[in-house]
Write a protein that binds this ligand. Sequence first.
Ligand SMILES: CC(C)(COP(=O)(O)OP(=O)(O)OC[C@H]1O[C@@H](n2cnc3c(N)ncnc32)[C@H](O)[C@@H]1OP(=O)(O)O)[C@@H](O)C(=O)NCCC(=O)NCCS
Length: 197
Amino acid sequence: MIPAKAAFRVPLADGGEVRLHPLSPKDAPGLQAGLQRLSPLSRYRRFGRPVSRFSAEELRYLTAVDQRHHVAWGASDLSAPGRKGIGVARFVRLADRPGTAEIALTVVDAHQRRGLGILLLALLWRLGRAQGLRRFSGQIQAGNAPMLAILAQFDARIEASTGDCIDVSARLPETLDGFPDSALGRKARDAALRLSF
Ligand SMILES: CC(C)(COP(=O)(O)OP(=O)(O)OC[C@H]1O[C@@H](n2cnc3c(N)ncnc32)[C@H](O)[C@@H]1OP(=O)(O)O)[C@@H](O)C(=O)NCCC(=O)NCCS
């Protein structure tokens, strides 16, 4: 079981290093600041609408989480002064589908394509499996190639599609051996192995 208050330093594949930690209300200012480093496209892909600032209520929802039904972790950059937040991973269990949680990943634009997204997926996999989850679901925009590529590592299927939005459901491998033998699948497995807890 992963301790809810744990924090870990994890190397990225490109030689950088991040600190992963469970979010709590004291991360609210960092989340607000991180939003300003997210491009309009990334904001739209994450929230499905333009967002310029989080309200106090949104910040509470995003950070005051119980780490059981609503799990949220942040990634901060250890390679630069200031240890700015550069990513967030979260899942929220679905009340009507035990064993399934809706996931959301965010990596600020300047740090995308460094392997952090797949590392955060591996983190959610470890946390989700430890809590008995079997599936991740997500509402993904049809043009969101990065997130679709990431979810495809988990035997994803399209459940519905409305307009620009696709409902994806992905089965969690039970063990690391269940990760696909593809380039990205191997990266996801390596990332999970780097999470030494
Ligand atoms: C989705 C997201 C978290 C991915 O983060 P990331 O750190 O860039 O992801 P990675 O570097 O681990 O890339 C994983 C894979 O995604 C795919 N990918 C990433 N960026 C891509 C792009 N711009 N175009 C096509 N595929 C892409 C690639 O297959 C990549 O693997 P590769 O680099 O080995 O080819 C990031 O793009 C993001 O925050 N987007 C905005 C918010 C969002 O869309 N969230 C998902 C909906 S909740």
